[in-house]
Design a protein around this ligand. Structure first.
Ligand code: FAD
Length: 390
């Protein structure tokens, strides 16, 4: 396959290869293209804009201020928020069916529920719209050389291809192949932690043609050692996610065990989910694992940088994994301005500035699981008290 197409010939700057066309990779491609680099993205999956089914992690995500700032920088904010649903508060569901809101911030502040697939599709299309960008699907990075910048990709036809890059941006997620070269180096710190909890996603269908619950909330059923949450979708369904220790998931093996469990802990959700759909969704896939990855430095010489989950996969409870990855793009962009695109100076600065912030987000995400599944229970009472006294 020929990668130096006509549109790439117009570019005069370095050739930047972005590994991974997920959320952060496709946004990052826009950032580098906007600066005028020759950008080539290699994504291991097929093009999700043509795929019949899109395999991914969560169906929807919470987009917050830091993510929006990055989207704004490449002119994508309005397009994305027009398809987002504002969530002004958490809605706490008690076992007895009572519900009460806990606002996220001051009046008017909110986070947005956005569909992962649509967001990724829009970002890929935005990246491809730059004349100096090319996106290649069905290319899995196997390895690369920090000395020469030669990258080896595996195509779906089983053949290996070598690609030359001046600069490599590893946006290939929590199990990054780009990161392998970093792991071979001295003084690279790396840790990964699987939490003992997994998750399953359930779909709450429409009710009489409308949302089955109040749409402008992030619904939470906190049950101290586990919880269920629900975020609204544009098609008026909700995606519910049950987070629970794996050992608890393993206890539920039959329809009856499942219904007894839901009857005991989430009774108000059963008529909304529908018994048949609940049974079908719950047993469709095994519970998925969640990993937290920390590493440092994020750069290797002036040849490569890790961004997004490849640099810092976090557990999802703070709703900031993608948002932090989007912010990575903005921070690097500002530093490239500061250092006049001198990668040898900009990349150490990026690591210096970014590692403490991303590590802090990873820690906050771990903490917020306890906040969401347990502490909101006591906040509920405090808030009730506050309302009673207001
Ligand atoms: P990924 O989304 O993992 O994308 C990596 C891409 O690289 C993929 O397309 C993959 O196919 C490709 N790839 C992998 N290996 C290779 C290779 N060798 N060669 C080429 N391509 C490769 N974040 C939020 O901000 N808000 C939320 O509400 C939120 N909710 C979440 C809920 C759940 C259940 C989970 C699991 C995560 C959630 N997150 C949330 C986190 C968010 O999903 C991630 O932070 C985000 O997807 C990271 O984007 P990324 O592009 O870095 O990595």
């Amino acid at each position: 396959m020929e990668y130096s197409s006509e549109k790439n010939k117009s570019a005069t700057k370095k050739k930047v290869v972005v590994v991974g066309g997920g959320l952060v990779g496709s946004l990052n491609a826009c950032f580098f293209a906007k600066r005028g680099f020759e950008v080539v993205v290699f994504e291991s999956r097929e093009d999700i804009r043509c795929a019949k089914t899109v395999k991914g992690r969560s169906i929807n995500l919470a987009l917050s201020h830091r993510g929006r700032q990055a989207l704004k920088h490449v002119g994508m904010e309005d397009k994305i928020i027009s398809k987002g649903i504002p969530m002004h508060a958490r809605m706490i569901h008690r076992v007895n069916g009572k519900r009460s809101p806990i606002p996220y911030g001051k009046k008017g502040q909110y986070i947005l529920s956005v569909g992962r697939a649509n967001l990724n599709k829009e970002l890929l299309t935005a990246a491809e719209a730059y004349p100096n960008t090319q996106v290649n699907f069905n290319h899995r990075l196997l390895d690369w050389s920090p000395e020469t910048g030669t990258m080896t990709f595996l195509g779906t036809d089983g053949t290996e291809k070598e690609i030359q890059a001046d600069f490599i941006v590893g946006c290939d997620g929590a199990f990054s192949a780009t990161r392998k070269q970093f792991l071979r180096r001295s003084r690279f710190n790396y840790s990964q932690t699987y939490i003992p909890h997994g998750y399953v996603e359930l779909t709450m269908p429409l009710r009489n043609g409308d949302f089955a619950m109040e749409p402008n909330f992030l619904h939470i059923w906190p049950r101290n050692t586990f919880m269920m949450i629900a975020l609204p979708n544009l098609d008026k369904t909700f995606t519910c996610t049950l987070f629970m220790p794996f050992e608890e998931f393993e206890k539920i093996t039959t329809d009856d065990e499942l219904m007894n469990f839901f009857q005991k802990y989430f009774p108000d959700s059963i008529p909304l989910l529908g018994v048949d759909a609940l049974k079908r969704d719950f047993f469709r896939l095994p519970a998925q694992a969640m990993v937290s990855v920390k590493c440092s430095p994020y750069h290797l010489n002036d040849k490569c940088v890790l961004m997004g989950d490849a640099a810092h996969a976090v557990v999802p409870f703070y709703g900031q994994g993608m948002n932090a990855g989007f912010e990575d793009c903005l921070v690097l962009d500002e530093i490239l301005d500061q250092f006049n695109e001198d990668f040898s100076a900009a990349l150490p600065e990026y690591t210096r500035v970014r590692v403490p912030d991303d590590h802090a987000i990873a820690d906050l995400a771990m903490y917020n699981y306890v906040e969401m599944r347990a502490h909101v229970n006591s906040k509920y009472f405090l808030f009730r008290k506050y309302l009673e006294n207001a």
